[in-house]
Design a binder for this molecule. Structure first.
Ligand code: B12
Length: 223
């Protein structure tokens, strides 16, 4: 099994391979060997490709997470890889894994920023292989936020829910679920949309609305 074959299988299922690494104990990959002899590959989406595959799937009525689990499990099985999902509990540290796999850093909003995709990407799974697979070197590129002088992401939220290192979730949810939050609900988070990086990959309104509604539902379910 080489990285190129995994990239192809992931792409046929609607996902992007987002790099990988050879886990050490401090990476918190459940059940991984402690000696770095195994490989974790991170899977995700950027722009509209995964959304199109999901919309075309007859099983989409079961929801994005269930569809993701079925798609990823189906291609992981013949490769004898163990799959992890960002929505499983307890939450696996996906942002930590993704940051290591692709050499990414967090934006002031807390979301990892990618030099090309900006804030318009997310993670859908990770595969653990019981072999040390050769990986492409993670590119070392500067964090776009370091040269972004005005940081419009930090001033675009109508209820100032974001500050560096802090995200006021109850304030955000209350606004998005209120009549004044219609634009956030229908077009996606205004702070995320204010970022000038990767705008070509921004989610279209239907996808933005789907994720925002899921976010409001998920948070309300817990409160
Ligand atoms: C719980 C959770 C939430 C909670 C609380 C977030 C918070 N304040 O911590 C809620 C429901 C509010 C939330 C909201 C959103 N989330 Co969220 N969330 C998660 C989840 C399921 C678990 C996070 C966790 O506890 N991890 C466990 C710890 C141990 O892992 P970790 O990697 O070390 O933890 C890091 C994060 O907690 C991060 N962090 C801290 N503060 C914040 C604030 C924000 C906004 C984010 C995104 C991350 C973040 O810092 C930690 C150290 O790196 C992750 C998936 C996952 N399994 O990681 C997604 C995840 C972090 N969320 C994600 C996203 C995109 C969002 C949203 C921006 C969009 C959405 N889903 O609608 C919204 C924000 C709302 C908006 N204005 O649009 C993405 C981020 C992708 C990226 N590019 O980095 C993830 C990775 C899910 C995914 N499938 O890709 N989220």
């Amino acid at each position: 099994m080489d990285y190129g074959e995994i990239v192809k299988a992931a792409s046929a299922a609607g996902f992007l391979c987002r790099g990988g690494f050879h886990p050490a104990p401090e990476d918190g990959v459940p059940g991984a060997a402690a000696d770095g002899s195994e490989t974790l590959i991170v899977l995700g989406n950027a722009g509209p490709a995964m959304w199109r595959a999901f919309q075309a799937a007859p099983s989409r009525a079961g929801g994005l997470d269930r569809w993701t689990r079925a798609q990823v499990s189906a291609f992981a099985r013949p490769m004898k890889a163990r799959a992890f999902f960002p929505f499983d509990q307890p939450f696996p540290p996906f942002q930590r894994w993704a940051a290591k796999a692709e050499n990414l850093q967090a934006s002031p909003l807390g979301i990892l920023i990618h030099p090309e995709y900006g804030l318009w990407h997310a993670y859908r799974g990770a595969l653990l292989f019981a072999a040390r697979i050769a990986l492409p070197a993670a590119e070392s590129r500067p964090r776009p936020c370091d040269t972004c002088r005005d940081k419009p992401c930090l001033s675009a939220c109508p209820v100032a829910a974001f500050a560096v290192g802090h995200y006021d979730v109850p304030k955000c949810v209350a606004h998005v679920a209120s009549p004044r939050g219609t634009e956030c609900l229908e077009q996606g988070c205004l702070a995320r949309r204010a970022c000038p990086v990767g705008l070509d990959h921004a989610y279209a309104p239907a996808q933005a609305r789907f994720h925002t509604e899921a976010f409001v539902r998920a948070h309300r379910g817990k409160s």
